[in-house]
Design a protein around this ligand. Structure first.
Ligand code: TPP
Ligand code: MG
Length: 321
């Protein structure tokens, strides 16, 4: 059972992330945000549903498409925007941009552009928490593309062997850049690959926020109870181009009508309709929520634009590689 207040909170999160990313897409062409940007418009319910199942003590890792992961976890919006504008006030000091988000104060331990790069980090975090005898959980989000990286298999194997409290959240949007999953991998469900590594695994509809939340609650309960890792494969779809603010269907790498079909299964409007029908939400509350979030977004843009460019000395700090 889910309470009305929790449903409203899930809706608010979905709406906020959608409006934030649409605003970013609108302003990207001003060319003041100079970093590559992978938007998660269409995929928001995964991060929102998973985050709703976590406690403040848990830790989360994202990937290159991490705005939703960061925001759903409670990452600071002004500091996200300042990061995108390359300012010292940014969550990564303005050095990283969209693919290097971090906010340890809320347990968001980082995102990186390297496909699969944060998967072993989450396993390491889970190992550390286990050794410290803590009842905390590590979560890592990654895409279907990760199954072409060896590190995912090593990480799944290790996590299963040691029954670590880690949740692997695979956002299966069916594509890696311009290439369909069927052109990259033989036909077999991704969650069954995880099962073959000995993990408890499940799949679900990544566009239905309450379904995602329920799966994540199951995974969190298992991890906290000492039952080890869980792998969740969540089906979803990216609406915009792989990297950037535009739609790119004219390139022809996606079948005609596929985007429209997924847009009909929009995680936000579906949930909005459901809550309106159930009387959990009123049309006035929807309008007010849009206004309030719109003002928050404007204020965050103002903060970012008026930030301080990092000094030459600062730019070299904390850089590795
Ligand atoms: C190790 C590595 N290989 C290749 C790339 C280039 N690259 C960046 S994003 C991406 C697609 C990843 O697809 P997926 O994991 O399914 O995530 P999605 O973009 O669909 O959310 C690729 C191949 C990279 N960043 N890192
Ligand atoms: Mg993908």
């Amino acid at each position: 059972m889910i309470a009305g207040a929790q449903q409203q909170a899930l809706y608010q999160q979905l709406l906020r992330i959608r409006l934030v990313e649409e605003a970013l897409a609108d302003r990207y062409s001003e060319w003041e945000m100079r970093c590559p940007m992978h938007l998660s418009i269409g995929q928001e319910a995964v991060a929102v549903g998973v985050s709703a199942a976590l406690g403040v003590e848990d830790v989360v890792f994202g990937n290159h498409r991490a705005h939703a992961h960061y925001l759903a976890r409670g990452g600071s919006l002004p500091r996200l925007f300042a990061e995108l504008y390359g300012m010292a006030e940014g969550c990564c000091g303005g050095r990283g941009g969209s693919m290097h988000l971090i906010d340890p104060e809320v347990g968001f331990m980082g995102s990186t552009p390297i496909v699969g790069g944060t998967i072993p980090l989450a396993v390491g975090a889970a190992l550390a928490m286990r050794r410290a005898d803590q009842k905390r959980v590590a979560v890592v989000y990654f895409g279907d593309g990760c199954f072409e990286e060896g590190v995912v298999h090593e990480s799944l194997n290790y996590a299963a062997l040691h029954a670590l409290p880690v949740i692997f959240v695979c956002e299966n949007n069916g594509y890696s850049v311009y290439t369909r999953l069927q052109q990259r991998q033989p036909s077999r469900p991704l969650h069954q690959l995880a099962a073959a590594h000995g993990l408890h695994s499940a799949c679900g509809d990544g566009n239905r926020v309450e379904e995602v939340r329920a799966l994540a609650q199951m995974a969190v309960a298992r991890a906290r109870g000492g039952d080890g890792p869980t792998f969740l494969e969540l089906a979803t779809y990216r609406w915009r181009e792989h990297c950037g603010p535009n739609y790119d269907d004219e390139l022809g790498y996606r079948p005609d009508g596929e985007l429209a079909q997924w847009q009909e299964r929009c995680p936000l409007s579906h949930y909005e309709r459901q809550l309106l029908e159930q009387g959990i939400l009123t049309p006035t509350e929807v309008t007010t929520a849009r206004q309030v979030i719109g003002e928050e977004i404007e204020s965050a843009f103002h903060f970012a634009r008026n930030g301080t460019p990092p000094s030459g000395a600062e730019q070299g700090e904390n850089l590795y590689g």
